[in-house]
Design a protein. Structure first.
Length: 93
């Protein structure tokens, strides 16, 4: 038990030292991150916004790919086929 506690303390200390070396502030809550973002210079704020947009697009693309592969979106194909058959299918812009 003592060995485990010593190991945990050592790991935590090593992490703190690494963060200091890397000059990475510790932020563990959304509120802390929001507060840090509020103090960013405008150019860094917009870079962060672009990063979020890119991440959001990546996550969306991954989700759509998973849903398509799993068959969750098959109903869209069926709807399009039914619309074509009934003559109500509109051309894609």
């Amino acid at each position: 038990m003592l060995r485990l506690a010593h190991s945990a303390v050592r790991e935590k200390t090593e992490l703190r030292l690494k963060q200091r070396r890397d000059n990475i502030p510790t932020m563990s809550t959304v509120q802390e991150i929001e507060k840090a973002i509020e103090h960013l210079p405008a150019d860094e704020f917009f870079k962060l916004g672009k990063w979020f947009d890119d991440q959001r697009e990546r996550v969306w693309d991954e989700r759509i790919a998973r849903d398509a592969q799993s068959g969750r979106l098959d109903f869209l194909i069926e709807e399009a086929r039914a619309a074509r058959k009934s003559g109500t299918l509109r051309p894609f812009p």
